[in-house]
Write a protein that binds this ligand. Structure first.
Ligand code: E4P
Length: 218
């Protein structure tokens, strides 16, 4: 399973990249707004800065909600860097735009996916990634990880090439659940990724090794 980081924060992206485990980045308008980026030029520069840090796909989401606007914006985003993946919402216009870009060999991420039916349309339109939002489904007492498992099963059975990118990952346990559910990618907050390292026996064992090593060097 690939690891993407779900943020537009350059320090966090750098930290994950330096860890050596990062495969890509996802952003959305809310994450970009959180970084205080304002105006088209600054937004594009910010995407470029992200692309310069990471080795892998960088999802940049269109702001438009109509087909023509999405195509226009997506074309502009693609000029920023070859790592850019156009992120499009799973709506009627969004699916048409996914098809437009995939027909031209461009990478797309079909986002805001909450059902197998939406994931089916994204795959048929040729999306490189489909993003089921697991945390937001859990928030309404639905089963986010269950949806990832269902989509992954259907894609494998029918041979769809679209990768299941588990999004809206909220904590470390979600990452393990995505792995078990057959996600191709999980996009996670840095805190959830670093949480994978936490184990009291690692801390305890290391403390003993350090103390024994020091004794030998006295
Ligand atoms: C994914 O691409 C989205 O940017 C993101 O995972 C949404 O997460 P949230 O539900 O925590 O806002």
């Amino acid at each position: 399973m690939k690891f993407f980081i779900d943020t537009a924060n350059l320090d966090q992206i750098r930290e994950a990249q330096e860890l050596g485990i990062l495969d890509g980045v996802t952003t959305n308008p809310s994450l970009m707004a959180k970084e205080g980026v304002k105006g088209k030029e600054a937004i594009f520069q910010h995407y470029k800065a992200i692309c310069d840090i990471v080795d892998g796909d960088v999802s940049a989401e269109v702001f438009a909600t109509d087909y023509e606007g999405m195509v226009r914006e997506g074309e502009e985003l693609l000029k920023i860097d070859p790592k850019i993946t156009v992120k499009l919402p799973c709506t009627k216009d969004g699916i048409k735009a996914v098809k437009y870009f995939s027909d031209r060999g461009e990478k797309t991420n079909c986002t805001l996916v909450f059902s197998v039916g939406q994931a089916l349309l994204a795959a048929k339109a040729g999306a490189k990634y489909v993003s089921p939002f697991i945390g937001r489904l859990d928030d309404i007492s639905s089963d986010g990880v269950g949806l990832v498992r269902e989509i992954a099963g259907v894609y494998r059975y029918y041979g769809y090439k679209t990768m299941v990118l588990a999004a809206s990952v909220r904590h470390t346990r979600h990452i393990i659940q995505c792995l078990e559910a057959g996600a191709d990618v999980a996009t996670c907050p840095l805190k959830a990724i670093l949480g994978l390292l936490n184990h009291p026996l690692t801390d305890k064992g290391l403390a003993t090794f350090v103390s024994d090593a020091n004794k030998m060097m006295e």
